[in-house]
Write a protein that binds this ligand. Sequence first.
Ligand code: DX5
Ligand code: ZN
Length: 234
Amino acid sequence: MFLMSRRDQFLQLRSYAPVILPSLLLCDFGNLEREVDRLSAAGIRGLHLDVMDGQFVPNLTYGMPIVAGLSGITEMPLDVHLMIASPEKYIGPFADSGAAAITIHAEATNDPVTALQQIRDLGVAAGIAINPDTDLDSIAPCVGHCDMVLIMSVQAGFGGQSFRREALEKLSEARQMFGADVILEVDGGVNNSTIANCAQAGAELFVVGSGIFKAVDYSAAVSELTNLAGARAS
Ligand code: DX5
Ligand code: ZN
């Protein structure tokens, strides 16, 4: 049987765009399997995992064991967002844990191109992320070396922050700079009020934390977000 690489599995998500990726930061970690089932039943196709180290960002979350645990209970591609210093040290371990995509922050490394190549060499989709105050030009060297650009619409570190509108222009500029082949993802403060603008600016993958986990009915929240994102101007 032909088995797709995890990278291909992640890249395929794009064909379903707009795709909502729940950020599990706010989920019930005491009932991970139940949360995954509820998200799956709500039509979710992939999970976004926010790894924070208390150094690159002030907050501290989880690491490889949670990614490995999730990969044991779901077939959904795992989109691992590394908000950590020296990300290159952990690319191998996160790939081994089952990540389908690994995104590193431009602000966390001096050599993003080598790190992105390291990710791709492991059969994992490679993403480069920038915080709201980081200039898009700083990731120009990554053109041709990544599968995804993640435009942060809040300062990385915490869920529940307000959307920063300057992300919209950055999304359109990122499309021009990186071309049609790259997946554009947006993360932070994406909700019913901001998602349509993100879609119009070219985002295809939408990371949503509070907008799903604060809702009582995940299915209703995901459908509404998907509809709003799909109502993009042609
Ligand atoms: C922020 C994280 C996000 C965030 C999304 O550093 O990368 O994934 O938790 O959560 P909301 O949608 O609540 O902004
Ligand atoms: Zn994230």
